[in-house]
Write a protein that binds this ligand. Structure first.
Ligand code: ZN
Length: 256
């Protein structure tokens, strides 16, 4: 069994520690803040053996050098075409596997937010780390890739089992819910979920992790084939990619 400890840093970032009681191995997913990472390790009493980097943005890598040096951790990160990300020991590409605590970790590249975006999936545990690709009721902004690329990436994640548990890197859920309701106002599951999110946030609780079946039912970016959403944004006879591109643009300009 794996223990999971989620911690916060920055304005709205989540970091995660993954720990195996049998082997004692511990992985940290992303290393955006060395201080917050250290605090999480102190609180849990776990000793860091691996760091998995999802993408090159500062809020995912700024603490890497310090954490790696202090714990002598093995760092796994995106396969880049040019020189590797500073501090990455092992570059991994789409479809590859590596081992953590005698378990298989599958690498899924999901470009769109960045070109190097790398997600990690543990098939046995049905556990997925989506970085800034898939958020609760949302998805990452397109900084480096385009809509077609991001839609292909999200489709890749949607092919995973519906009971997959999803950890994403930001607490954006409340604003994502407001946007989702604006384009999918009659979706009862979404209405119910938005209410739960308001309650959770009011009591200072995280809305992450989420799971794939909930996302498929309430995340507009995964529901671009849905007739009601298409009608709501005047895209009835458009393709999934076109609907996705329009939703993403609307969200970029959305003032909830
Ligand atoms: Zn990012």
């Amino acid at each position: 069994m794996l223990d999971i400890h989620q911690f916060t840093y920055g304005e709205d970032n989540y970091g995660v520690l993954l720990h195996c009681r049998n082997s004692g191995d511990t992985a940290m997913i992303d290393a955006g803040d060395a201080y917050a990472g250290e605090l999480a390790l102190e609180r849990t009493g776990w000793s860091l053996s691996q760091i998995w980097i999802t993408h090159h943005h500062d809020d995912h890598t700024a603490g890497l050098a310090v954490l790696k040096a202090k714990h002598n951790a093995h760092v796994i990160g995106p396969a880049t075409r040019g020189k590797p990300l500073a501090g990455v020991d092992q570059q991994v590409d789409d479809g590859e596997h590596f081992s953590f605590a005698s378990r298989e970790v599958k690498v899924l590249t999901t470009p769109g937010h960045t070109l190097d975006m790398t997600n990690f999936y543990l098939p046995h545990e049905k556990l997925l780390f989506t970085g800034d690709t898939l958020f609760a009721m949302g998805c990452g902004r397109l900084f480096e890739g385009d809509a077609q690329m991001m839609w292909a990436s999200l489709s890749k994640l949607m092919a995973l089992p519906s009971d997959t548990t999803i950890y994403c890197s930001h607490e954006y859920t409340a604003t994502n819910a407001t946007f989702a309701l604006s384009v999918d106002p009659d979706n009862q599951m979404l209405i119910d979920r938005a209410r739960q999110v308001t309650d959770l946030r009011a009591s200072g609780k995280p809305t992450v992790p989420t799971n794939m079946s909930l996302e498929k039912a309430t995340n507009p970016f995964l529901r671009v084939g849905d007739g009601a959403i298409k009608t709501a944004i005047n895209m009835e006879d458009k393709s999934e990619v076109e609907v996705f591109a329009k939703l993403r643009k609307m969200k970029d300009n959305f003032k909830g």
